[in-house]
Design a protein around this ligand. Structure first.
Ligand SMILES: [Zn+2]
Length: 186
């Protein structure tokens, strides 16, 4: 069965982070769910993300890129020293994926031309661009579902990807724990 992607799976509207978020609950191994299980899932994700279909993109290459992206930004969000290694891997993958794709001048800098760039190159480009932008310091890990998100709030104190979802679940857990004296896992 092909996973059905909806708008709320694209909370960042930044391809690299939304791509990393095709795994939910990375922070809780017992609940971890990988939603990219087949090439059909990948094709459906690319379509929902507004990226070109990329006929030859192998699932294994997509997963390898996704894990490099996730490792880089999750590592930076947690100030882990492994970021150097992930960055080198990302740049190497970007170089290979980009191949001979033409670059065009976009409002926020050079970008691969959509028409002939493989979709994974566009995702890798979004990761390189984010890593070199001032937004990097705003990348965080949701305390609920483990998704990566950009905290665009003025005071930079956002803790949840979507407060109405993960924030209220955490609140409900605390409430239940107070009522029953037990700490519940979810
Ligand atoms: Zn969340």
């Amino acid at each position: 069965m092909v996973f059905e992607w909806h708008d709320h799976h694209f909370i960042n509207r930044v391809a690299c982070l939304d791509f990393a978020n095709t795994v939910v609950y990375r922070n809780r191994p017992e609940r971890r769910e990988d939603r990219l299980k087949s090439r059909a899932d990948l094709r459906a994700w690319l379509a929902a993300a507004g990226l070109p279909p990329g006929g030859r993109s192998a699932l294994k290459d997509a997963i390898a890129l996704r894990e490099t992206i996730d490792g880089l930004f999750r590592g930076i969000a947690a100030a882990r020293p492994s970021a150097d290694r992930e960055w080198s891997t990302l740049v190497a993958r970007y170089r290979i994926l980009l191949g001979r794709s033409a670059m065009k001048l976009a409002p926020d800098g050079l970008a691969p031309a959509m028409a002939n760039a493989p979709p994974l190159a566009l995702i890798a480009h979004s990761a390189v661009a984010l890593a070199l932008s001032p937004l990097l310091g705003r990348v965080k890990v949701c305390g609920g579902c483990g998704w990566l998100f950009i905290d665009r709030t003025r005071n930079r104190r956002k803790r949840w990807c979507i407060t109405a979802m993960c924030g209220s679940r955490a609140k409900a857990r605390r409430y239940y724990a107070r009522k029953t004296g037990r700490l519940v896992q979810s």
